[in-house]
Design a protein around this ligand. Structure first.
Ligand code: NAP
Length: 291
């Protein structure tokens, strides 16, 4: 039976450490770390995500402001709001909730967030820093996956890791992080041949696809660590991952459930990134930030 990695409790512990760091920041700088979230339109899922991010910030003793813009906002108005946030000293982190309505240029918008405040880690400068092994802000979901692997004591050095999915927000940064830890990484995608056999060769398997229960028992090597990033809703309205959990839990070495695995880590890592960004912007000594 696999070690079921409890993302909820790992995230709760991380949030406590972030709160302690945020309190330390506030005491030294005279204001709390601040996150500004920009939400365009009224997509119900985005509304929920943004509300949860705001609430989590406040619980960690951080300031959070949500900027709600109408669905037909112009590109100029959105960029002008972002430009104002970039020069506002109290703003440490800025994120634009995606996806944006079709008439907006997503790339131009995310590029407008300066790397120092880019708590999503999407700016080309942060992406470059990640691949170059330099300091920068790392995308929250894959960073959370790394924390879960470490928490479960999974050995990464020399391990064969397969990441399914090559998106800029999950698959690619996940591969970079695993490589940084000396895993041997293969990135699979929709054109990959013999995917089940490839996956069954992995010591560490990360699924970030978006297809309910795609990975069955024969996709998983006995004893492998399985990180399930997928969030899918079944016809019955149930949340499930990309992994057929019931089929795999019996012989994986470690596995994250859905819900309660990777999901809670994403927000906790967003808070962590915001405190890291604040710390760096304030010029506080790096060694004194322990999260
Ligand atoms: P995405 O941009 O749609 O990327 C999906 C990736 O899966 C693509 O690279 C695609 O390949 C690949 N793929 C699709 N069908 C495949 C197949 N049959 N076999 C192999 N690969 C296949 O999605 P994403 O944004 O990375 O998100 C992935 C999943 O993670 C979604 O369920 C999303 O909801 C979830 N997610 C969860 C969190 C969290 O906090 N837990 C955060 C972000 C995302 P191609 O590149 O060839 O098209």
């Amino acid at each position: 039976m696999a070690n079921v990695i409890d993302g909820k409790s790992v995230a709760a512990a991380l949030r406590l450490r972030v709160a302690a760091a945020a309190a330390g920041f506030s005491a030294r700088v005279g204001r709390p770390p601040g996150l500004d979230v920009v939400l365009v339109g009224d997509d119900p899922a985005s509304q929920v995500y943004v509300r949860n991010k705001g609430r989590a910030c406040e619980e960690a003793g951080m300031r959070s402001t949500i900027h709600r813009l109408p669905v037909d906002v112009t590109q100029e108005a959105l960029l002008s709001l972002l430009d104002g946030l970039m020069v506002d000293e109290r703003v440490d982190g800025v994120l634009v909730q995606l996806p944006l309505p079709k008439h907006l240029d997503e790339q131009a918008v995310t590029d407008r967030v300066v790397p120092e405040k880019d708590v999503d880690g999407f700016h080309p400068s942060n992406v470059g820093a990640l691949w170059l092994g330099r300091e920068g802000l790392v995308p929250c979901t894959p960073w959370g996956c790394m924390r879960l692997l470490d928490e479960a004591g999974v050995k990464l050095e020399g391990a064969r890791a397969v990441v399914i999915g090559r998106s800029n927000i999950v698959g690619k940064p996940m591969a970079a992080l695993l490589l940084r830890r000396s895993a041997t990484v293969v990135v699979a995608h929709s054109r990959t041949k013999d995917l089940p056999a490839l996956c069954a060769s992995a010591d560490v398997l990360v699924a970030a696809v978006g297809r309910a229960k795609m990975l069955g028992a024969d996709w998983v090597k006995p004893g492998a660590a399985v990180i399930d990033v997928g969030i899918n809703r079944t016809a019955e309205g149930k949340l499930v991952g990309d992994v057929d959990y019931d089929a795999v839990v019996g012989h994986a070495g470690a596995i994250t459930p859905v819900p309660g695995g990777v999901g809670p880590m994403t927000i906790a890592c967003l808070l962590e990134n915001t405190v890291r960004a604040a710390w760096r912007r304030a010029g506080l000594p790096k060694g004194e930030l322990t999260i």
